[in-house]
Ligand binder design. Structure first.
Ligand SMILES: Nc1ncnc2c1ncn2[C@@H]1O[C@H](COP(=O)(O)OP(=O)(O)OP(=O)(O)O)[C@@H](O)[C@H]1O
Length: 269
């Protein structure tokens, strides 16, 4: 059996030979992937290569046409919506709410699967309001928020969903979590994601376009191209000049910053 799929008995998300087509066009081809607890996995790849379709397919936002997706060795089709909501939380790319809600009410929607005392609910909401400085936004009408402000609120919603769960193995799927955010908040939400990954042993699977952020935060990288996984493995093995050029056709270099005391990855056309 392929090494990548040897998971029996481990609590993982397992994707086996997943294929997806739209009008006879293959969008995903033979995807095999393992998403582990307490690991930060980033999916990178050019526009239109199938990243969002992959995240939607493995989270029941799209029907699985061919292939299998298991969570803890049980097909995800066999979980009820509530059971799945306790085990994994998903930030999709677009959100449309046709009704008028306060921003904080959108965050509270992350707790819909739980029966919590009002004290506990308040404690969880306060946690995220403080972590993301949401106080000035919380009583505003969600529809009137800027793109970046909406992104913060949606991120807060998926985090409280996960934070409230008492499940042991939990997974967080983020489709471009830094979208529309200023640089300060891009790092703030990536730092919080990393903190939760370590503290709660969450398996993170994030689509990122910033290859340096993927380098700084990820334990593992999936590089996709034309609907396929081209490279998958530990960050240091996958983010090489050769692979980056192969997938994105850009030059790159690792540079050590004395001031930041860190190696960073820069890219240029
Ligand atoms: N509903 C749809 N109808 C037709 N084509 C679709 C549909 N959804 C996705 N596609 C196509 O599937 C391909 C993969 O789309 P997907 O959104 O998964 O790409 P992506 O890698 O997430 O791209 P990006 O980085 O631009 O967000 C694209 O070519 C897209 O046009």
């Amino acid at each position: 059996m392929d090494k990548v799929l040897q998971t029996k008995g481990r609590k993982v998300y397992k994707i086996k030979n997943l294929n997806f087509s739209i009008q006879k066009r293959e969008i995903l081809k033979n995807i095999d992937l393992i998403i582990k607890p307490n690991s930060f996995l980033s999916i990178v790849g050019p526009n239109g290569c199938g990243k969002s379709t992959l995240i939607k397919s493995i989270n029941r936002n799209l029907d699985i046409q061919k292939g299998e997706v298991y969570l803890n060795d049980i097909s995800i089709d066999r979980y009820s919506d509530r059971e799945l909501a306790l085990k994994r939380s998903v930030l999709n790319q677009s959100f449309f709410f046709p009704y008028s809600f306060k921003a904080i009410e959108i965050v509270e929607m992350g707790l819909y699967a739980y029966t919590l005392s009002s004290k506990k609910k308040k404690e969880i909401i306060n946690y995220i309001v403080n972590k993301l400085n949401l106080e000035p936004l919380k009583n505003k009408d969600y529809q009137g928020l800027s793109g970046g402000e909406k992104q913060k609120i949606q991120f807060a919603r998926v985090i409280v969903q996960l934070y409230a769960s008492k499940e042991k193995e939990k997974f967080l799927f983020l489709d471009e979590p830094t979208l529309n955010l200023d640089i300060y908040y891009q790092y703030k939400i990536l730092d919080l994601t990393k903190e939760l990954q370590k503290d709660l042993e969450i398996g993170v699977c994030a689509i990122l376009h910033d290859i340096n952020q993927a380098y700084l935060y990820s334990d593992e990288i999936v590089m996709m191209k034309s609907g396929e996984i081209k490279y998958f493995g530990e960050t240091k093995d996958i983010l090489t000049y050769e692979n980056i050029f192969d997938v994105f056709a850009v030059e790159s270099e690792f540079v050590y910053s004395k001031k930041l005391k860190k190696e960073i990855l820069i890219t240029i056309s």
